[in-house]
Write a protein that binds this ligand. Structure first.
Ligand code: ADP
Ligand code: ADP
Ligand code: ZN
Length: 216
């Protein structure tokens, strides 16, 4: 089973992908996480992406498509994958279809996490992650069970993303509206798009997703 998560920044794509990954034995592919790893390594890709990411702009299609193509060719993706943060432009959606067709794969489900813009800024500015295992938390809606201790791995170290500042969120939302929202009809046309109310608590969002998955 191959899945795409669509939705604006802060909609809950990463949170839900991680849950699905465990439940259905799929591999989560987050292009944002991959790019942040490249930036941290100081690779050529990282150098090209860094300033764009810091200002909330999308990185160029050719760079991201190349990165994604080599990732889904890896053997662990054969059991099925969850795309989190890709595709984000019509060019990426078309390139994805072409690369999947060439390797006899296809996308089964597109899950669109629908969240009103006015709550995204608060979600994003309250976001932090475990520095060791990457589990995502929120100061208000989703704190660790024990203050300062990661639920998943017990680590005491957390970090925040450089682009989770309020000024940058405005730019990211603009990019989403201009470049990413227009790909929704592309998937709607083929009957693969399922809209999920992403404004409910995390467990209720998961329950809606499970209902869609049960129908597959
Ligand atoms: P995305 O990957 O779409 O940017 P995340 O999964 O990182 O989104 O979630 C953004 C922030 O919102 C995180 O702090 C996360 O803990 C929180 N969050 C995720 N899902 C929900 C939800 N259903 N209700 C409230 N907060 C949520
Ligand atoms: P979000 O929480 O906004 O969904 P991501 O972690 O998916 O964040 O992405 C962070 C940044 O990485 C984006 O603002 C963009 O600069 C870059 N990025 C991630 N995925 C893509 C993509 N598919 N195409 C272009 N840029 C991307
Ligand atoms: Zn952890």
């Amino acid at each position: 089973m191959n899945i795409i998560f669509l939705g604006p920044p802060g909609a809950g794509k990463g949170t839900q992908s991680k849950l699905l990954e465990e439940r259905y034995g799929l591999v989560q592919i987050s292009t944002g996480d991959m790019l942040r790893a490249e930036v941290a390594r100081g690779s050529e890709t990282g150098q090209q992406a860094k300033s764009l990411m810091e200002t909330g702009r999308l990185v160029p299609d050719d760079l991201i498509i190349k990165m994604l193509e080599s990732r889904i060719a890896q053997p662990d993706c054969a059991k099925g994958f969850i795309l989190d943060g890709f595709p984000r432009t019509t060019g990426q959606a078309e390139a994805l279809d072409a690369m999947l067709k060439a390797s006899n794969k296809h996308i089964d489900v597109v899950l669109f996490l629908d969240v009103d813009e006015d709550i995204l800024a608060d979600r994003i500015s309250g976001r932090f992650t475990c520095a060791k295992c990457g589990a995502t938390y929120n100061e208000v809606s989703n704190p660790p069970k024990q203050d300062g201790v990661c639920d998943s791995c017990g680590s005491h170290e957390f970090k925040r993303r450089a682009d989770d500042k309020r000024e940058t969120v405005v730019e990211r939302l603009k990019e989403y509206r201009k470049l990413t929202a227009p790909i929704l009809p592309f998937y709607e046309k083929t009957g693969r798009l399922h809209a999920i109310n992403g404004m409910l608590p995390t467990s209720e969002v998961t329950a809606q997703i499970e209902t869609v998955m049960a129908g597959q």
